[in-house]
Design a protein around this ligand. Structure first.
Ligand code: GLA
Length: 411
């Protein structure tokens, strides 16, 4: 009989297996999905140091830091249009007049970590300098001189050259290597977030290069965008584990025309997909109900599960036949393991309230003939035990139910 190692080696020799646990930088950064704030979804290019620092202060005052959000990240548009004569990126002297080191010092003093943004092409998407050909120089600036801890790395203005052509991933590899070197040079944890929009099947190789990778295009603050992204991500949930996460893009919770129920559904899905949770709304005008959605401790605990790193996955589509690709009606019945039981997400993708019903053992994580206790992760109540089938009654339009089931004995 052939041993398992032989079989695995034989398979690996002709199939490229994704790295199961993702990139481990020398000091083990980013085992869990990053949680924090990013300026893009709400402010786009209208950023400056006062906004960033007062937003960080709001994260504290609103209890979001205590809820686990620890990164304060800049996105595009923080720099001057051109590098200086020495070849370095220079911060915009009006928007960031006290300088980036001062900014990261203050962010750190508030107990946060700080994130910066660049691009694997010659320019960022808004036309500022990208890091192409300057990877180590920029990594040294960002993580050394400026003191950042996190890099979002975008995909605009990509030159047509041999680096790009011979390895689609070449541009990202160069920055990964620059980050690995900066990690030891500056002795700090650095998170590397690839913004590759799902191109080139990034979920197959992202874990070898970074800690998260955008699986899809830019999210917008409308329900149709949430369902579109969720639908696409429903087919690649296997790519996520500790140290390497699918990134369905930053949260729009609190933005645009998303209703209370749509915000809850969006947050639930992102948390249970083990996505990075980056808030992107105005923290001055934020409604208390939105703060409470973003602070759902029980969902965050699953997002940050340090024992089980995998995502929920659909086990039944519901509205559509299983495995249907439908941007407006993604799968409705999802489940996955956690260190504390089996988690379920039931999504009402219809435009009217509905009962959502399923046979427990249709989830691959539920054992036949056993009984489970039911914890509701939105009402925060224990709702007795269940075996056989489960029905969530009258789930609102575009609403969600999140449950944690624990095995308690025979049915
Ligand atoms: C791209 C990214 C966005 C944002 C903008 C900034 O569109 O996908 O998340 O970073 O660039 O210009």
């Amino acid at each position: 009989m052939l041993g398992l190692p032989f079989v695995v080696a034989a398979i690996s020799s002709f199939v490229s297996l994704p790295n199961v646990e993702g990139l481990k930088l020398p000091n083990g950064a980013a085992k869990l999905p990053a949680m924090g704030y990013n300026t893009w979804n709400y402010y786009q290019c209208n950023i400056n140091e006062t906004l960033v620092l007062t937003t960080a202060q709001q994260m504290k005052s609103l209890g979001l830091q205590d809820a686990g959000y620890k990164y304060v990240n800049l996105d595009d548009c923080y720099s001057q249009r051109d590098r200086n004569s020495a070849g370095d990126i220079v911060e915009d002297p009006v928007k960031f007049k006290s300088g980036m080191k001062n900014l990261t010092d203050q962010i750190h003093a508030m107990g946060f970590k700080a994130g910066i943004y660049s691009d694997s092409g010659t320019n960022t998407c808004a036309g500022y300098p990208g890091s192409y050909g300057n990877e180590q120089r920029d990594a040294d600036l960002f993580f050394g001189k400026w003191g950042f801890d996190y890099l979002k790395y975008d995909n605009c203005f990509v030159p047509s050259d041999t680096v790009t052509r011979t390895g689609i991933i070449g541009r990202y590899t160069r920055m990964r290597d620059a980050i690995i070197s900066a990690t030891s040079k500056f002795n700090k944890d650095i998170v590397f977030s690839l913004c590759k929009w799902g191109n080139n099947q990034v979920w197959l190789w992202g874990a070898d290069i970074g800690h998260s990778w955008r699986t899809t295009g830019d999210i917008e603050s409308h329900w149709w965008s949430v369902t579109d992204i969720l639908n696409r991500n429903s087919f690649i949930t296997q790519a996520t584990n500790h140290y390497g996460h699918n990134d369905p893009d930053m949260l729009q919770v609190g933005n645009g025309d998303l209703t209370y129920d749509e915000n809850k559904s969006h947050f639930t899905a992102w948390a249970l997909l083990k996505a990075p949770l980056l808030i992107g709304t105005d923290l001055y005008k934020i409604k208390p109900e939105v703060v409470s959605i973003l602070s759902n401790k029980e969902l965050i605990a699953i997002n940050q599960d340090d024992v089980v790193g995998t995502s929920i996955a659909p086990f039944k589509w519901g509205y559509n036949p299983d495995w249907t690709f439908d941007k407006d009606h993604p799968a409705q019945y999802w489940s996955g393991p956690t260190k504390d039981g089996v988690v379920f997400m039931l999504l009402n993708v219809r435009d009217t309230p509905d009962n959502l019903s399923f046979t427990l053992t249709d989830s691959p994580w539920i054992k036949n003939g056993r009984k489970y206790s039911v914890r509701d992760l939105w009402t925060h109540t224990d709702n007795g035990t269940v075996s056989g089938t489960f029905t969530a009654k009258n789930v609102p339009r575009h609403g969600v139910v999140a449950l944690l089931l624990k095995e308690v004995g025979d049915a």
